[in-house]
Unconditional design. Sequence first.
Length: 138
Amino acid sequence: MFNLFLAVFPEIFIINATFILLIHGVVFSTSKKDDYPPLVSNVGWLGLLSRFDAFEFIVLILLSTCSMLLMISAYDLIAMYLAIELQSLCFYVIAASKRKSEFSTEAGLKYLILGAFSSGILLFGCDWTTTDPFEKNS
């Protein structure tokens, strides 16, 4: 049992160190004493409600979260691909959400083109292997 713990310990350490660095970088490095509002309040509920079209963001974030859960529970590559595409579709809309900004529209279009290429490469790789790796694991 102890040997199993020693085998898993580096992964646990890396995950914990990454989590601690993210928490420190996101929450504690942006403080009000430096005249920067914390990032948590920008993404929080009041930050979303301060916009007129806040419901769109909430629905898109919930839909992308549901697609992440579908991706985790996927049994074959087609279901995983459809979940990835549903998630990326939500992120395309979020990236181009500011209608008055040309930078937002440009970012959404670039993100869509990059997603189309990466989706094609993923489908080509799945077709090239002609196997379903999920069949062995289930």
